[in-house]
Design a protein around this ligand. Structure first.
Ligand SMILES: Cc1ncc(COP(=O)(O)O)c(C=O)c1O
Length: 418
């Protein structure tokens, strides 16, 4: 079959491949604790009841035609007010663009800013920036981060790569690690972006910053979310924020995302997505516009939702720390945000009971699926070297009970390695 070079060289999602392996086993009747998907099982984490009710009512009221290309005015207003009151970022509703989830908005940011061959810098592990680079023919510049820094990039690591780059793509809280930027670390990166832009000649394309904060309402304990424009207001003309309800309202299938940033960039993104037709369904837009201003209901939802996510993350973290205390070569990072826990399973090179040497994280992943009935995603699926023993554990698709039941199986499977 003849397809475009771009389509022919697309790489599939590593996470979906692992997911298929898990689903095959589930179909055969196996009980698997599936911590692979960055999604929610609606029977464990449903969307807010009020939102569901408003969606149904919006359809019943006949909101079934095209929405405006930049999103319903009421939703852009609600999102602007929500962002200003909860995050302290004041943007006009005209600087907002609504789409069918946040993915089209990330893609539109790339297409609006990046010319083929332009440099796009992003830290790894990272979620999907490699694919957006491929789709936009960008030159991907991947910057390896370190566990000592919670896998968040530092200014020192990014600095050598920013000269001539068009886009720096950052995310906090980060998928896959569940860690966040500290204030001084993000400030230092913001200063780098400002300094790089000051160096550029008039008429030269600036260095833009894509800031994906889709998980920002899901932070735990004393963890705070920081963002570029609050820290450095001068970054306003260069920063495109990616946000939406998919994660913070457990509403991945509702498909309502929004971006905000400099009007001229947002306007181009609107034109691009208009041709693609990647709008959020009108009824979902109407419902979200009505739900976001209901502060009491939103707060009540977030409180119980975050508590439940945190309970699962804590159970995993404590479980892994107990294995570590018993001398097993495992570790985990304190959960800070999102729905992910970073786990270290330092057993590469060990031999399974069937004689197989587990030399890659992929082989270890398959071993854990079959022996511990526990499915994780190695960081290699997010661009990290396959020899690094780090894994993402996502709690959205598993009950606390299934997590608790999987921990002893993980212990047994690890103890069986020689
Ligand atoms: C960091 C990050 N950004 C964006 C998205 C996409 O969100 P949406 O479902 O709104 O397209 C995800 C989904 O996994 C994500 O992890």
């Amino acid at each position: 079959m003849q397809v475009s070079r771009m389509a022919g060289s697309l790489i599939g999602s590593e996470i979906i491949k692992i997911g298929n392996e898990v689903n095959d086993m589930i179909r055969k009747g196996e009980q698997i604790c599936n911590l692979t998907i960055g999604d929610f099982d609606p029977s464990i984490f449903p969307i807010p009841a009020e939102l569901q009710d408003k969606i149904t009512r919006a359809y019943q009221s006949g909101h079934t035609n095209y929405p405006p290309a930049n999103g319903m005015a009421a939703l852009r207003e609600a999102a602007a007010t929500f962002t200003e009151t909860r995050l302290g970022l004041a943007y006009s509703p005209t600087d907002f663009l609504v789409a069918g989830g946040s993915r089209p908005l990330i893609y539109a940011t790339y297409l609006a800013l990046v010319d083929p061959g332009d440099k796009v810098v992003f830290p790894v592990p990272s979620w999907n920036n490699n694919h957006y680079c491929h789709l936009s023919s960008a030159q991907a510049v991947m910057v390896e981060t370190r566990p000592e820094n919670n896998f968040m990039p530092t200014a020192e690591e990014l600095a050598p790569h920013l000269a001539g780059a068009t886009l720096l793509a950052l995310c906090s809280p980060l998928n896959p690690t569940g860690t966040v930027f500290s204030k001084p670390d993000l400030e230092a990166i913001c200063d780098l972006v400002l300094a790089e832009n000051q160096r550029r000649q008039p008429g030269e394309k600036p260095l833009y910053l894509l800031y994906d904060q889709i998980y920002w309402l899901l932070t735990f304990g004393a963890t705070e979310h920081y963002d570029p424009v609050n820290l450095r207001p001068a970054l306003r003309e260069y920063t495109i924020y990616i946000d939406g309800i998919s994660k913070c309202l457990a509403a991945t299938g509702v498909r309502v995302g929004y971006a905000f940033g400099p009007a001229e960039v947002i306007d181009k993104m609107k034109s691009i997505l208009g041709h693609v037709g990647a709008w959020a369904p009108k009824a979902e837009q109407v419902a979200t516009a009505n739900y976001l201003p209901e502060t009491t209901a939103v707060d009540a939802f977030l409180e119980q939702f975050k508590e439940k996510v945190q309970r699962s993350l804590d159970a995993l973290h404590q479980g892994l720390q107990a294995l570590k205390a018993d001398g097993l070569p495992v570790d985990s990072m304190v959960p800070m945000g999102a729905i992910y826990l970073t786990a270290k399973l330092d057993v590469l090179g060990k031999i399974a009971p069937n004689g197989q040497v587990l030399s890659t994280t992929k082989e270890l992943t398959s071993y854990l699926i079959s022996e511990a009935r526990l499915a994780l995603v190695p960081f290699s699926a997010f661009g990290t070297d396959g020899a690094a023993p780090w894994f993402r554990m996502s709690v959205g698709g598993a009950s606390l009970e299934s997590i608790e039941a999987a921990l002893p199986r993980l212990r047994t499977a690890l103890q069986a390695l020689r």
